[in-house]
Design a protein around this ligand. Sequence first.
Ligand SMILES: [Zn+2]
Length: 250
Amino acid sequence: MAAIQATTLRTPGPARYLTDIFHAAARELKQDRPHLQLTLRWVPGHEDVPGNEAADVAAKEAAHKRSSPRRQLPESLRTPLPLSTSRARQNYKLELNRRAGVQWRTSVRGVRMAEVDGAMPSKRYGALISALPRRHANLLIQFRTNHVPLQAYFARTEKVPSATCPTCRGAPETVPHYLLACPTYSLHRAVHFASLGFSGRTLAALLNSKAGLRPLFNYVNATGRLRSAVGALVGPRSGYPDSDSDSEDT
Ligand SMILES: [Zn+2]
């Protein structure tokens, strides 16, 4: 139906040159035979109309680059078809995305990030944070990119001389140490990560899954470790992706 409607439209659109060719052919025909009645009829697909089936087969062949011999083509289709702007734009975008992906995956950050989210760059991350309040989303990004105000980060940016965990003194206070290993918070993990199970206690589960967000923020909030830097995180009806169970906040 869109194809029939398109024959009366003069606005630019994808492959509009084809309807232009059709218009020109129709005009020519009407000039030669002024009394000719031209009727366009929509034929639903797969209805066993022989002409339609044949056109289908021909279209599929052409799509696989098996075009008819040039001599058999209508004259207006013998020269190469104009490049579709929308298709060109689409191809360009695909190529850019591909190159950005390669650059990201081979970068130092990309390699590090693969432990958290092997699919980056992707749209999934946008979907993951879209339901989060900004403060929560910011902290999630900090966790994912290793820019969270823990001792290891401060040592890296030379704000403190040592990365050693200030509470257990047993290891550098990195993101994995704070979230998964520090003995100071084992009880907090037992409480807040219970829903993830033992095998679910991974960086990927906490930083890259909807199910991990609520345990993550509750844990951070309960440990109080980042309180001075990011404040309290569990706000009333704070818009978690699963905020229907926000009862403990009220
Ligand atoms: Zn520790």
